[in-house]
Design a protein. Sequence first.
Length: 355
Amino acid sequence: MSADADAAALRNRMLRNMTGALELYTVYLGERLGLYRALAQGGQATSAELAARTGTTERYIREWLEQQAASGLLAVDDPAAAPLDRRFSLPAGHVPVLADLDDVRYRAFNGTEIVRAARSLADLVEAFRTGGAPPRDAWAPEGRPDYNRATFLHLLGRSWLPAIGVVDERLRALPSARVADLACGAGWSTIAIALAYPLVHVDGFDLDVDVIAAARRNAAEAGVADRVTFFAASADAMSARYDVVTILEGLHDMARPVAALQVARDVLATPGWVVVADELTEDQFTAPASLLEQYHYGWSVVGCLPAVMGDPQTAATGAVMRPATLRRYAAEAGFADVEVLPVDADTLRFYLLTR
Ligand SMILES: C[S@@+](CC[C@H](N)C(=O)[O-])C[C@H]1O[C@@H](n2cnc3c(N)ncnc32)[C@H](O)[C@@H]1O
């Protein structure tokens, strides 16, 4: 390709990406204001009807509806009708992605994630210069995306863990297994394990006091508060004995992953297993890389690496934690074996660590 053609293609790509970013901001508005859910539940609406349904202002809603229809996220019955008469609807295929929080295909939280990621960018410019970490993002949990909620609730205990024979067997057996779920975030994995395995008790650990408070509320609502306990504490602070330790999309987020794995190994019963799920990366650095690898790298630069740069002893892993890195961390922590598991988990790769 000539340099001119290359420049033209890149300009197009920037326009496409810019449009995509703006679209995600409008998805953020739709999700936060309940606009998609109102369309899914109440059926097609004019701008005035949707505004009335959601307690919002007609003029803003009209512009949002037109933009959503122009982008193909919503359907409009008659584009030629007068603006106030047009009726907009959420196509059936878009309902699970934009309106149904319980569906594993739900992605409206992407809008929230992209807005949230942008908040720390100005501080990140400075952090790139100083080598430190931008200040912690103190968004309230209510404002946070529950990005793993549906997948963990539907798939972790019903499909992914059952695919790991020895672990599944122990979780179903007596005496009741004790599970530690490290970097548990808002507790969806912890809750999913308790729901899938009625005998077990699960302790969730996360550094972030706000997400732990949300996790406690989530567990109470899910009816498992009597079998899960949450600790606002670092993974390496645990001391009880556990049959299974899980670290689900959390190891690369730890500044000191080897320390966490060492403690996990120390607290394991015999037999005992550590189950790690982390990003499904390429085995080695590749450029240009797959879309998924580009996605993981994007999060790594703006979120996952900055989050761990404040610790003077950080391993500075980043989101693109390859199997070789995990194997090195596990060996340094004293594990005898790391098995990459044939669990089909979309964007995650599962590992089984044994002592
Ligand atoms: C990307 S979030 C994942 C949360 C959850 N596992 C999920 O998939 O929804 C990573 C979490 O790791 C937590 N974290 C980082 N370092 C930790 C540590 N040393 N001990 C416990 N939690 C930690 C962060 O507070 C954050 O909630």
